[in-house]
Design a protein around this ligand. Structure first.
Ligand SMILES: Nc1nc2c(c(=O)[nH]1)N[C@@H](CN(C=O)c1ccc(C(=O)N[C@@H](CCC(=O)O)C(=O)O)cc1)CN2
Length: 301
């Protein structure tokens, strides 16, 4: 008698962040047009880049291009790596006072010895479209309306797009950065998830991962999360963007999750590239319209 074949693992649904971001950006262009018509105001985003980090320069150019594509004004300030703290603070103060600027973004990382925290603290919280100012972080922690950091906001929008019910689910956020991990945990808490935050000192990380219905990973360690750490059917959101050797003299970008392994176990998974990354810029543009609406008094809808 022939034994019936074992069921083959069902491949995970691949969450196409590029497509979701493109659709949201298209819809945003219409919202911007409506806002301009109602208020006569063109939302403006100022992006500050210090130094010559190649990846940062690419992201800044993309931000400016997409900003203009949706009908918003974009101003770029590209400063030399030797810019002093006082010079950078003076620029931020000037942008804070500029009535044509509704959103200010200082591209990170800043070159040494600039004091990142002091620069971010100088940005007017109402124009803080990155959501990194203490005021916005505090509002988010209290569950109050805030400008929310773009990458975790993008992750949440991808979860919503999937249609997964979040209430009561066990969510594990691996990484406790101010930019991703902490705000991500706050957002999931607001969705009524049971949230755990793990970090480099966490013991039994594999076991924590196996308990999670929703797994968000943002640690910057290529392939850290293995397939057998993932609960079958879990939703996996990979925030990592790591450039690694491709074995043929070049490089390629991979996430923090061992994708090929995880894709056989997870219920849904974001690829890298093409998952969370594109959502970051889409959310930045949405935050800029929201900031303009709050400052100018018009609805952003
Ligand atoms: N002030 C800020 N600085 C930085 C932020 C931020 O949100 N605010 N995030 C990152 C960089 N970043 C945007 O600034 C960003 C990173 C990656 C992507 C992206 O689309 N990545 C692609 C893959 C990489 C590529 O194609 O080059 C993807 O994942 O598909 C967008 C924005 C640090 N600094």
């Amino acid at each position: 008698m022939n034994a019936s074949p074992l069921p083959r693992p069902v491949p995970a649904r691949v969450i196409d962040g590029k497509a979701v971001a493109a659709a949201r950006t298209q819809a945003l262009a219409q919202r911007v047009a409506g806002f301009r018509e109602r208020t006569g105001v063109v939302p403006g985003l100022a992006v500050v880049l210090v130094g010559d980090d190649a990846a940062s320069a690419i992201y800044v150019r993309r931000k400016a291009r997409q900003c203009e594509a949706v009908g918003m004004r974009s101003v770029q300030h590209v400063l030399p790596g030797a810019t002093t703290q006082a010079e950078l603070l003076a620029l931020v103060e000037r942008l804070n006072r500029d009535p044509d600027v509704h959103g200010i973004l200082v591209q990170l990382p800043l070159p040494r010895p600039l004091d990142e925290a002091a620069i971010l603290a100088a940005v007017d919280p109402d124009k803080d479209v990155d959501g990194f100012h203490t005021m916005n972080a505090g509002r988010l922690a209290l569950g109050r309306p805030a400008l929310v950091p773009c990458t975790p906001l993008g992750c949440l929008l991808l979860l919503r797009e999937l249609g997964v019910a979040l209430r009561g689910k066990r969510a594990l956020v691996v990484g406790r950065s101010v930019i991703v991990g902490r705000p991500m945990a706050q957002l999931l808490l607001m969705e009524d998830c049971t949230v755990t935050i793990a970090h480099r000192h966490s013991q039994d990380l594999a076991m924590l991962c196996r308990e999670a219905d929703i797994l968000i990973v943002a640690v910057g360690i290529p392939g850290l999360i293995r397939g057998d750490w993932i609960r079958p059917g879990a939703v996996v959101i990979d925030v990592g963007i790591n450039r690694v050797d491709d074995g043929a003299g070049g490089s390629r970008i991979v996430g923090d999750v061992a994708y090929d392994e995880a894709a056989h176990v997870a219920g849904a998974i974001t690829p890298v590239p093409g998952g969370v990354g594109p959502m970051t810029i889409a959310c930045l543009l949405e935050n800029t319209l929201a900031a303009a609406a709050a400052i100018e008094g018009g609805a952003a809808a």
